[in-house]
Design a protein around this ligand. Structure first.
Ligand code: NAD
Ligand code: UDX
Length: 462
């Protein structure tokens, strides 16, 4: 039975998943390691107020398990040495250089982990791929471990994570399924069983699926591609709705009640963001291309093309509605995170909409309940559309929504934070220039209420 687990990578996946394993399995010592000292310090923050990620309910679980059987550390070698099972949960971003630039997954962090495990391990280990990886990565990890290790036996399992940010804790407590892929050999099956036994401490056995390694690796990319494709599909219909007088919310409801289609993931929006969808689909497209499957690659790439279009047309609509010029006009952004209930901003639509508006010399004023000012500037500066100094001239970040909105020409809702619905919209209206516009990129606010106050209110898809 496994008594010691190590997880390499203390990020949005490593942190919450290991916190839940530690909470549900008090008999297992779980050590989460990372190279980033600041991140580890934040995980160890006494007050729990400065955990590196915001996720509802996470602080309680960390509070219960930390120091008992959950530890955060930068001593990677020590944790690898002590563990019988090692989860790799490091980032796998899109490559920004060389062959496959802009599409393929950058596996350098994964390879570094494999080499470190090979160097340090003195006893047999089960290595679990928790990161999302291109299909057949387990082969590369195995090659490295078997050829550079100290002669110890390694089993590689694929155990992709399906949690979504903002709902990570509920997703981990009651997952739709847990997927474990392993070798179809007696040793592989034994390793699968050991991971199965960990999850079965709280997940019903019939929800724990086992497959071969390649199916497991590919299922994760497939799941994200299908989910993102639903968002792009409804977003494509939203533009047609705007032209025809149909209402995308009504269309989504009508099709969602068909049990073959289902009602989830049909919310039209300013476009999907997040660290996963775009990178995983680009990775899938790259894999298909590398097998010479042009039609397969083109088919999935269209999901990204549609999403880029949706972000761009939201900005364009703001410009054309504000009489074809936003130069010198203050536009208030409600929300910067890629969805509600997270402080994560990776690939958030807000970044691209701000960039387009600032290129038209708008003055963007941002409020987000959980995202820090330095992160907002980092995101915009990262695009390198102009100098950092120019970005500081055109963008401001405020600590209060009312300050962000005061004297603005328009409000753009970029994230569906619940609190936005409860603001004093009359007070907001009075503080704005007239006509006062609201561009609701999340179809979040109450159209009737806002129009009665006097706002010109525009949504996606109606
Ligand atoms: P993240 O960037 O938040 O965390 C990754 C961490 O790994 C970082 O803190 C980094 O410092 C650390 N790291 C990198 N190389 C290291 C090394 N050699 N040794 C020690 N630490 C190292 O990333 P994330 O969002 O947690 O994603 C991790 C993986 O999980 C990715 O493959 C991602 O696709 C996948 N995933 C993410 C989500 C999500 O919602 N964020 C959901 C499912 C799957
Ligand atoms: C996603 C997958 O859902 C999760 O299973 C996987 O493990 C990681 O990637 P995440 O990116 O955290 O999770 O959030 P998700 O809820 O999928 O939302 C992604 C983006 O799509 C967000 O920007 C969200 O606002 C947008 N979205 C989602 C819509 O615009 N409409 C919808 O109906 C659903």
């Amino acid at each position: 039975m496994i008594k010691n687990i190590c997880c390499i990578g203390a990020g949005y996946v490593g942190g919450p998943t290991m916190a839940v394993i530690a909470q549900k399995c008090p008999h297992i010592k779980v050590t989460v390691v990372d190279l980033n000292q600041d991140r580890i310090d934040a995980w160890n923050d006494e007050s729990l107020e400065n955990l590196p990620i915001y996720e509802p309910g996470l602080d309680e679980v960390v509070k219960e398990a930390r120091g008992r059987n959950l530890f955060f550390s930068t001593e990677v070698d020590k944790a690898i040495d002590e563990a019988e099972m090692i989860f790799i949960s490091v980032n796998t971003p899109t490559k920004t250089y060389g062959v496959g630039k802009g599409m393929a997954a950058d596996l350098k962090y994964i390879e570094l982990c494999a080499r470190q495990i090979a160097r340090v391990a003195k006893t047999d280990k089960i290595v679990v791929e928790k990161s999302t990886l291109p299909v057949r990565t387990a082969q590369a990890i195995k090659d490295i471990l078997d050829h550079t290790g100290n002669g110890v036996n390694f089993q590689i399992l694929s155990n992709p994570e399906f949690l979504a940010e903002g709902t990570a804790m509920e997703d981990l407590f009651a997952p739709d399924r847990v997927l474990i892929g392993g070798d179809i050999t007696p040793e592989g099956e034994k390793a699968i069983k050991q991971l199965f036994d960990i999850y079965s401490n709280w997940v019903p056995k019939d929800k724990i699926l086992t497959t071969n390694v390649w199916s497991s690796e590919l299922s994760k990319l497939t799941a994200n591609a299908f989910l993102a494709q639903r968002v792009s599909s409804i977003n494509a219909m939203s533009e047609l709705c705007e032209k025809t007088g149909a209402d995308v919310n009504e269309v989504a409801r009508a099709i969602g009640m068909d049990s073959r289609i289902g009602s989830k993931f049909l919310k039209a929006s300013v476009g999907f963001g997040g660290s996963c969808f775009q990178k995983d689909i680009l990775n899938l497209v790259y894999i298909a291309q590398s097998y010479g499957l042009k039609e397969v690659a083109d088919y999935w790439e269209q999901v990204i093309i549609m999403n880029d279009h949706q972000k761009r047309r939201f900005a364009k609509n703001i410009i054309s509605t504000l009489y074809n010029t936003v130069s010198g006009k203050k536009i208030a952004f409600l929300g910067w995170a890629f969805k509600k209930d997270t402080n994560d901003t990776r690939e958030s639509a807000a970044i691209y909409v701000a960039d387009d508006l600032i290129s038209e010399r708008a003055l963007v004023s941002v409020f987000d309940p959980k995202v820090e000012k330095k992160q907002i500037f980092f995101d915009l500066n990262y695009l390198e559309s102009r100098t950092n100094e120019e970005n500081e001239l055109y963008m401001k970040v405020e600590n209060s929504p009312y300050d962000a909105i005061k004297d603005s020409h328009a409000i753009a809702v970029l994230t569906e934070w619940d609190e936005f619905k409860n603001y004093d919209w009359k007070k907001i209206y009075d503080s704005m220039l007239k006509p006062a516009f609201v561009f609701d990129g999340r179809n979040l606010l109450n159209k009737k209420e806002l129009e009665e106050i006097g706002f010109v209110y525009q949504t996606i898809g109606s």
